[in-house]
Structure formats: structure tokens, C-alpha cells
Ligand binder design. Structure first.
Ligand SMILES: [Zn+2]
Length: 299
């Protein structure tokens, strides 16, 4: 037996087949188009293809960029403008004839890492993706935590700067405005990093590795903001592990060394002193594996 999995993001859509043990047996992805029915066309094609590679299937798990609405089974991703209240659960159920369960992409990433990745020994875990934006999801007492509408775990919008810049969410001073890839690169350019305007966090990481002091400071500042956000969430949720994936986390030590160092500054309470922060290990597969896990769990 196996499960169909779907991962919907602003830049790509992926579908897969995941075995009951969490092995990803099939995976395919396509770029996310701009138009409402064209996006659905990609989902339809990928799911139909995935279904064709599998034997008996028990259900479909969907991880989608948010916000989502679990009550209506709809998604309105900020970075997919053509999908506002898109009825993804009904459409996928109709297409596949299978039971469907929906979750946020951050939740699915966290669940995937907890099942088959870096979080296998954790029961209270925050999964974070630091990339173009910052997303996340919570696994609490071993179970995915949805929240009231399915949007719990939006850790990118923990406020770390009370006088901070406006965020894409409409709020101000969110950690995403300081520590997302584009935010880190923008800060570096504003502070003397000599690079073309389109340079991103990957190029900044390359500069930091050659010892560029502004690039190093930019990563240090981003890592510090993430540490502050993590300490806040850990104090609220009594966590034992944070797993971080995404493009910015690929810089490994550049992010993790200052992050762990500054975390000791923000995490004051005794019960979060032992909090561990580890790199994700499943990469882009975590969302599919976690979506499949979600589908196997009872509502
Ligand atoms: Zn925000």
C-alpha cells in the first residue's frame, strides 16, 4: 500500500508516491504556471502520472503554500496569485477518487523530517524552511499541529524587530523581513557588499566563504534574527528540536554556527537550554513525505 503526495509551491508543484514506510517511490515536478486552470492542469497531470506508477493507494496528502483553510478545503497561497480560495481538496478527491487530507507546506516539511529525516528522535519539533520566505510547521507530542484553520507554525512571521520593516504578510518586523534569502542579500548590498542588484543569498554565501566581512555580518545578522524567533517559539511550545531546511540553510556553518551561538543569548529559560537546532536532511522531498504521512493520520 502507498499514498499519493502533492506539494504545491509558488515556484514548483511536485507529486509523488510514498510507501507506508515513508520511501518516496516516484517523484515528478513542474514549474507553477500563472493561470488558475493551468496550475490545476499541472496538478492533474502530475497526480495522474504518479497514480499510474502505483498499485493500491490509500489516500492523498497535500502540502500547500499558505494560507490554507482546512474547513473549506481551499488554498489561497500568497505567492500563487491566481489561486484565491481554490477548492483543492474537492478537485483532488474528484480526480483520484481517494480520501484527501490537506496541510500547510511547512507542516508537511516538519512531519516529513520527523518521520524519515532529522527529527526522528523528537516529539516536540519545529520545522523551518529559510528560503525566499521563511515557513514552518509544528509537530507537538508526536502529532502535526494544525491550529484553528490549518495555519499554525507560520514561524516566518514571529516578530523580531518592533520597529521593523513592513512584511509581505501585512505586519511589521517579522523574522522573514530580516532573515529570508532576499532580506539577507538586500541588507548586505545596503551595507557595502559590492554585488549586482540581482545577487542572491547563494552568491552572498560564496562571498562570505571567501571572507567578505559584509557578507559574514549579513549572515550573522540573519542567523541572530532566526535564533530570536526560535527562542520565542521554543519558550511557547516547549520544544526539543528545531530542524531547518531551505536554500539559506544550505550554507550550513554560515547559518548554523552563529545561530547556535546567539541562541544561548535569547534562550534564557531552563527548559529550553537543551534545545537542539539541526539541518534538515530530506531536502525537497520532505514536503511530499510529510504530506503522505499526514494522509495516513486520522483527522
Ligand atoms: Zn510577516
Amino acid at each position: 500500500m502507498a499514498t499519493l503526495a502533492l506539494d504545491i509551491g509558488g515556484t514548483k508543484i511536485a507529486a509523488g508516491v510514498v510507501s507506508d514506510d515513508g520511501d518516496l517511490m516516484h517523484r515528478a515536478q513542474e514549474k507553477t504556471p500563472d493561470e488558475r486552470e493551468a496550475i490545476w492542469g499541472v496538478v492533474e497531470r502530475l497526480l495522474t502520472e504518479a497514480k499510474g506508477t502505483a498499485g493500491e493507494l490509500t489516500g492523498v496528502g497535500i502540502g500547500s503554500a499558505g494560507p490554507i483553510d482546512l474547513h473549506t478545503g481551499t488554498v489561497s497561497p500568497i505567492n500563487i496569485h491566481a489561486w484565491d480560495d481554490f477548492p483543492i481538496v474537492d478537485r483532488v478527491a474528484e480526480l483520484t477518487g481517494l480520501p484527501v487530507r490537506l496541510g500547510g507546506d511547512g507542516l508537511c516539511m516538519a512531519l516529513g523530517e520527523q518521520w524519515r529525516g532529522a527529527g526522528q528522535d523528537a516529539r516536540f519539533m519545529l520545522g523551518m524552511v529559510v528560503s525566499t520566505g521563511i515557513g514552518g510547521g509544528l509537530v507537538l507530542d508526536g502529532a502535526p499541529y494544525d491550529g484553528r484553520t490549518g495555519n499554525a507554525g507560520h514561524v516566518g512571521h514571529v516578530v523580531v524587530d518592533v520597529d521593523g520593516a513592513k512584511c509581505t504578510c501585512g505586519g511589521h518586523g517579522c523574522v522573514e523581513t530580516v532573515a529570508s534569502g532576499p532580506s539577507i542579500a538586500r541588507w548586505a548590498r545596503d551595507h557595502g557588499w559590492d554585488a549586482p542588484p540581482e545577487s542572491n543569498a547563494k552568491e552572498l554565501a560564496d562571498a562570505a566563504k571567501t571572507g567578505d566581512p559584509t557578507a559574514l555580518r549579513a549572515y550573522y545578522r540573519g542567523a541572530t534574527a532566526i535564533a530570536a524567533a526560535i527562542a520565542s517559539v521554543a519558550a511557547v511550545c516547549d520544544l526539543d528540536l528545531v530542524v531547518i531546511g531551505g536554500g539559506v540553510a544550505k550554507s550550513k556553518g554560515l547559518l548554523f554556527l552563529p545561530l547556535r551561538e546567539t541562541l544561548t543569548w535569547y534562550a534564557g529559560l531552563d527548559f529550553i537550554q537543551e534545545l537542539r537546532v539541526e539541518p534538515a536532511v530530506l531536502g525537497g522531498d520532505a514536503g511530499l513525505i510529510g504530506a503522505a504521512k499526514l494522509a495516513t493520520l486520522a483527522e
